[in-house]
Design a protein around this ligand. Structure first.
Ligand SMILES: Cc1cc2nc3c(=O)[nH]c(=O)nc-3n(C[C@H](O)[C@H](O)[C@H](O)COP(=O)(O)OP(=O)(O)OC[C@H]3O[C@@H](n4cnc5c(N)ncnc54)[C@H](O)[C@@H]3O)c2cc1C
Length: 451
C-alpha cells in the first residue's frame, strides 16, 4: 500500500477503531478516516447500561480523550453512509455528500432483531443497541411506566431488565424457549439464572411467544398479546431477541452478502480493496470447528480490527481466533465461559462435570472428551483467570490436571471464598484423579472464608 492512500472505515465501534489505531501505529503516512452516524467519538457499547442507571456519564464510557484522534491523525466524520459506489470508490452520505477511498473497511456492527411483530414500531417499543436507543429508552421510561415487557432471554435482555428494575419498574420476560438462554447454556446453568431472575422479583414466562404489541390511541404501547391469547398490560417493551448485521445500506450492490458481508480469513470481500470486520462480517467458513461464521462479541471485534490493520499495512495475517471466551453478568451473578460448552452434547463423546454451591448462585461446569482432555468450562458467581484457561485448553490439559491446579485459576484467591476446594473434593468423588485437595490459605482461615 503506498503511503498516501486513503483508508476509510465505516463504523467507529471496537472493530473499526482498533483497526484505525493499529494501522496508525504500523504506518505513519496513510490517511485514515473513520465514519459513524451514531457518534463522533468511540464509546464502550457494553457500558451503556451504566449511563442509564446514572453510575457513569456518557463521557466516562469514551475510553480516549477527544484530542487523541487529532494527535494520531485519525480523521473522524459523523454521518450516515447511504450507499457505496464500488466502481468509482466513492461513499455517498444521506446528506448527499461524497467521500472517496482507496481501501474501504466496513465495520458497521449490528442492529436489534425485529421479526415483523404487529406493533413493533409503536412508541415505547425498542431494542437496545445504540446511543440513540439509550436516549430513547431514557425518554420513554422517564415516567408512567409501571410494567415493562422484555421479549427474548439473552444477554441484552437481562441488561435491559436490570436497568428497568433499577428504576423500580416491574419486569416481565417473555421467553420462547423452555429455559432462560437455554439455546446457549446447559440446563443446570439456565435453571440457576432463571431462579436468580425470579428472586429479583422479575417475572419469567417461559415457553411464551409474543403474538402482537397493542397500542393506545396515541400510538403508544399499552399491552402485549401472547400466542396463547393472553393480554398483558405494559407501558414499555424491550425487544431483545438477538441482533443481526447492520448492512442494509449495502444491499443491491455487487458486494457479496448473506446475513453479513462475506469475507475470507483476511477479511477480504469479493471486491478488491474492500474488507469487512467485527459484528457485520460473515466468514465463508467458520474460523474454527467450534466457532460461528458471524462473531458478535466485543473481544473478537478487537481481534478482527488488529488483524485487519496488519493486512492494510502489508503484513499479511490470517485471523487466528484462539480459544473462545465470553463473559457477562446475569444481574449480580458474573458469568465466564472458555472453550467449547454447548447447551447439549453427545454423552458418547463428551463427559461433563457440574458442581453447584448449595446457595444456588455459584456453579462450575467442565466438559471433557472421552480421554479426559478439557474442552471448555462455564463458571457462575466467581471469577477465574482468562490466561489459565487459555493455556489449559490451548495445551489440551487433562481435566484432572486443571482441577488439581484450580487454586491458581482463582481470580482473587485470598479474599474470595475458596470454592475450588469444594470443587476439587466433588471432582475426586465423581471422577477420581491423583491430586491432593488444596488447603485454605492463612488469610482465608483468618477471615473465616467458608465454602
Ligand atoms: C447493550 C449491549 C451490551 C453488550 N454487552 C456485551 C458484553 O458484555 N460482552 C461482549 O462481548 N459483547 C457485548 N455486546 C456486543 C458488543 O458490544 C458488539 O459485539 C460490538 O460492539 C460490535 O462492535 P463492532 O465494532 O463490530 O460494531 P459496532 O459497535 O456496532 O459499531 C458499528 C458502528 O457503525 C455505525 N454504522 C453502521 N452503519 C453505518 C452507516 N451506514 N453509516 C455510518 N455509520 C454506520 C454504527 O452506528 C456504529 O456506530 C453488547 C452489545 C450491546 C448492544
Amino acid at each position: 500500500m503506498s503511503s498516501n492512500r486513503h483508508v476509510v472505515i465505516i463504523g467507529n465501534g471496537i472493530a473499526g477503531i482498533t483497526c484505525a489505531r493499529h494501522l496508525r501505529k504500523l504506518n505513519d503516512q496513510v490517511r485514515i478516516t473513520v465514519i459513524s452516524g451514531e457518534s463522533t467519538y468511540f464509546f464502550s457499547r457494553t457500558a451503556l447500561m451504566y449511563v442509564y442507571m446514572g453510575h457513569m456519564k456518557f463521557e466516562h464510557i469514551q475510553p480516549y480523550e477527544n484530542w487523541f484522534w487529532e494527535k494520531n491523525r485519525i480523521e473522524l466524520k459523523e454521518g450516515w453512509v447511504d450507499k457505496v459506489d464500488f466502481q468509482s470508490k466513492n461513499l455517498e452520505f444521506k446528506t448527499g455528500e461524497k467521500l472517496g477511498y482507496d481501501e474501504l473497511v466496513i465495520a458497521s456492527g449490528s442492529k436489534s432483531n425485529k421479526f415483523g411483530w404487529p406493533g413493533q414500531d409503536l412508541k415505547g417499543v425498542q431494542g437496545l443497541y445504540s446511543k440513540q436507543d439509550l436516549e430513547l429508552m431514557e425518554e420513554s421510561t422517564k415516567e408512567g411506566v409501571q410494567r415493562a415487557m422484555i421479549v427474548g432471554g439473552g444477554l441484552i435482555g437481562i441488561e435491559m431488565a436490570e436497568m428497568l428494575a433499577y428504576k423500580k419498574i416491574k419486569v416481565t420476560f417473555l421467553v420462547r424457549e423452555s429455559g432462560f438462554w437455554d439455546n446457549v447454556i446447559p440446563k443446570e446453568e439456565s435453571l440457576l439464572v432463571g431462579r436468580h431472575i425470579r428472586e429479583h422479583h422479575m417475572e419469567l414466562r417461559l415457553e411464551t411467544e409474543l403474538q402482537e404489541i397493542i397500542g393506545d390511541s396515541d400510538g403508544r404501547v399499552r399491552a402485549v398479546r401472547t400466542k396463547a391469547g393472553e393480554e398483558i398490560s405494559c407501558q414499555f417493551v424491550g425487544l431483545a431477541a438477538g441482533v443481526t448485521p447492520n448492512i442494509d445500506f449495502l444491499r443491491n450492490s455487487e458486494l457479496d452478502l448473506n446475513h453479513g458481508v462475506k469475507v475470507d480469513l483476511s477479511f477480504q470481500t469479493n471486491i478488491p480493496n474492500v474488507f469487512a470486520i467485527g459484528d457485520c462480517a460473515e466468514f465463508h467458513q467458520a474460523p474454527a470447528f467450534d466457532r460461528r461464521p458471524i462473531e458478535q462479541v466485543w473481544y473478537t471485534g478487537r481481534m478482527h480490527g488488529e488483524t485487519m490493520a496488519h493486512n492494510l499495512a502489508g503484513k499479511k495475517l490470517q485471523y487466528q481466533p484462539g480459544v473462545w471466551f465470553n463473559s457477562a453478568k446475569f444481574l449480580d451473578i458474573e458469568y465466564q465461559t472458555y472453550g467449547t460448552v454447548p447447551p447439549n452434547w453427545d454423552s458418547e463423546k463428551t463427559k461433563s462435570f457440574y458442581w453447584e454451591h448449595s446457595g444456588g448462585k455459584v456453579a462450575f461446569r467442565m466438559l471433557m472428551d472421552k480421554s479426559g482432555i478439557l474442552l471448555g468450562i462455564n463458571n457462575f458467581g466467581f471469577r477465574l483467570k482468562h490466561e489459565f484457561f487459555d493455556k489449559a485448553i490451548g495445551e489440551k490439559w487433562k481435566a484432572s490436571k486443571v482441577i488439581a491446579n484450580l487454586e491458581k485459576a482463582n481470580f482473587d484467591p485470598e479474599f474470595f471464598a475458596p470454592f475450588y476446594i469444594e470443587i476439587q473434593k466433588v471432582f475426586k468423588e465423581q471422577c477420581g484423579g491423583d491430586f491432593s485437595i488444596s488447603k485454605k490459605s492463612f488469610i482465608q482461615k483468618l477471615f473465616g472464608a467458608k465454602v
